[in-house]
Design a protein around this ligand. Structure first.
Ligand code: G4P
Length: 196
């Protein structure tokens, strides 16, 4: 997605430890026009999958997820990272380890909002080690619903997440695929050439 790649080139900051800071348009300040285009693009790519619900995880997945949901005209659910008292045992849960933050979160979704007849599109901002996406997949499986696919705004293709997901047979669509962040430079996989 050209607009996204340009934005990453212009405003992305490469931090040590292979982290791409995109706080000026995704993770802190958000660019609504870009999010709208992201929503349209995910909706276009998954239009034939029979999606009935979109699932993401708080907090940065919510913006691209709600824009996609708006275009697809389906509800969006965000998994909560801390199990609130009101969810108690009436929730699907999964354990998600964050390598970046070195902490484990129990993520949860109320059983009220995910049913076995749902076809669920999972959306998130980053795919790195894939723990968050796999946790969301577990939750959909627990609900005995169907995974339509996984839509990612920025995939760090040099980390394990993408392989873990595609090896399990799920459809993965990433709008920006980063081959490397070495030497402080963002290198993308070219859309029509190299594929991991
Ligand atoms: P995973 O998301 O694929 O499971 O990998 P990892 O455990 O490494 O990621 C943990 C958190 O760090 C996730 O956010 C993920 O989006 C974020 N992250 C990973 N790599 C990068 C990166 O290069 N740049 C930025 N900006 N974020 C990265 P989270 O803990 O769920 O946070 P949030 O959604 O509340 O912001």
């Amino acid at each position: 997605m050209q607009l996204l790649l340009e934005k990453i080139r212009q405003q992305g900051i490469v931090l040590p430890n292979n982290v791409l800071k995109v706080d000026s348009f995704i993770n802190h300040q958000m660019d609504p026009q870009l999010m709208k285009e992201i929503g349209k693009e995910f909706a276009r790519r998954f239009q034939n999958e029979g999606v009935t619900k979109i699932l993401t995880i708080e907090s940065s997945g919510i913006a691209p997820a709600i824009m996609t949901a708006l275009v697809m005209n389906v509800p969006v659910i965000f998994a909560k990272k801390r199990k609130p008292l009101t969810l108690t045992e009436h929730a699907y849960t999964s354990s998600v380890y964050s390598y970046t933050k070195q902490e484990t979160n129990i993520i949860s979704v109320s059983k009220d909002y995910l049913k076995s007849n749902d076809t669920v599109l999972i959306i998130d901002d980053f795919l790195a080690n894939g723990e968050a996406a796999l946790g969301l997949i577990n939750i959909v499986n627990e609900a005995q619903a169907k995974v339509a696919g996984i839509g990612i705004v920025i995939e760090k293709s040099f980390q394990e997440g993408a392989k873990k997901i595609t090896n399990k047979g799920y459809r993965l669509e990433s709008l920006a695929r980063i081959a490397s962040l070495e030497n402080g430079t963002v290198t993308f996989y070219h859309e029509h050439s190299l594929k991991v």
